[in-house]
Write a protein that binds this ligand. Sequence first.
Ligand code: ADP
Length: 551
Amino acid sequence: YPTSDAATPSIIDKLVSGGADVRIDNQRRKQVIEFLSTYVLPLVMLANLFALVFVATKGGGGGLSGLSEFASIGKGRGQGDGGGVTFADVAGADYAVIELREVRDYLADPSKFAALGALPPKGIMMFGPPGCGKTLMARAVAGEAGVPFFPVSGAEFVESLVGVGAARVRDLFRQVRSVAPAIVFIDEIDAVGRRRGGASGGQDEREQTLNQLLIEMDGFDATSGVVVMGATNRPDILDPALLRPGRFDRQVTVEPPDFDGRIEILKLYAERRPREGEVDYANLARRSPGFTGADLANVVNEAALLCVRREKAAISMAELEEAVDRVISGPKRRGHLMSDEERRRIAYHEAGHVLVAAATNRLADVPRVSVAAHGHTLGHTAARTWAEQTLITRSELFSEMTTLLAGMATEELIFGEASTGSEADIERAGAIAQMMAGRYGMTEAIGKVPLLRNEGSGFLGSELIPAETVGTAELSVLHSETARLVEEADQAALTVVERNRAVLEELVALLLEHESIEGDPLVAVLAKVDAGAGRARGRRRAAANAAGIML
Ligand code: ADP
């Protein structure tokens, strides 16, 4: 090797003069590689690193907010107006549709409400199991009013980065306001709307998102024309702040259709398709208790598929029957079908509730009782809530407990034993009893001493914690007083049910036939209920005196 480049030419000269064949490789490739590895490669790696960080944040919609990514929530979806769906596409859910008509009226002409100073519906919360048509109904409202529809899922707002969800909510509402009147539909709202202030940490993001949602909703006025519709299957875990007036203050329960509802839904779907022969809808509805609207739509679809497979031109009863069986056994069906025995039990349970609710004046203004629901809440009885009350008297609390325990008491009376269906009932009744004894000073044994601190803001569902000064002795009195209140309410429920056995049987027969009863027919049956008020009160007072409670 030459020691320096200066020597190179003389070496070459020597070699050439000696007769050697000299070729010169000036190492250009090596230079290129050297250049790439010292300058380009680090740059590429840096750029990659940036891109990685960027994608990570951007996936969350941009901690680098202002970037258009999070605007994609609802973007381009708000253009439609519910996809041309109207109330005519919703069957077997008349009670829910009635509630939604007013929203339609408002959206169609918000100025009419503003002129009268009427407060518009701002938020409608739809409760019900999946597949019962919550999305469909929200779409139908948009379709009927001819306004844009913005569907989002609650889960889309929940991100690991604090602040992103809130930014998304802000952006979504900015977008919606610019095209108002419009509907925002938040599916699975429980993902954001869960009760705040839980013990577990790391909930900041969800809380911020929820707060932002509440702020946005508070910001509407009568003329804004924005209606937010939320849907959830878990009303029990929602933050109470969401359901306050001015937010989601209307609540619509969307349940699986009852017998008549199922007939209507089947008809709706079947009659849009070519059919042959008589279709016995009542028969199909009888064979599909507990089916949701989505299941029934699926039945008709399965029947059509069967026809395709059999190369038939029209759907007949045979295919529909087979389709019902397919959907029952199909993998898509959540939950299970109720057996007749279960249905009978649920009917008695619910009839017990409604009977005692009527006897103790705890029936909702629009009474309704249904055994069509399944899954989370088996049956359903519309009982009065405390929402519109500031003060609740002791006897009202006691009546509520009685009504709650009536389902279980009836089951025990009729079947000789209880079932697991009363879980939520006894939990709520127990909570009321505990409140009465430990917070409201409504028992004599404890007296007017609050043994429990209320850690929440609400009435029920807030966490009760023993006050610091309370010892185990007091807690055991609290426990026995709670148990005694529950026991007493249970007895009271049993008394009412026993006294009204005939009405009970009548209700059960109606429920087994129609699956749900509401309005006038229900009121007519319940008019026969013997509340035994005077006697019951007298007896209760005597028992209470003996037991040392104030009534
Ligand atoms: P949810 O939002 O309650 O989970 P969806 O609205 O998504 O339910 O319902 C799914 C499908 O089931 C709808 O698109 C519709 O085809 C059908 N469906 C459900 N309920 C009804 C109903 N009451 N009337 C007509 N179709 C229904």
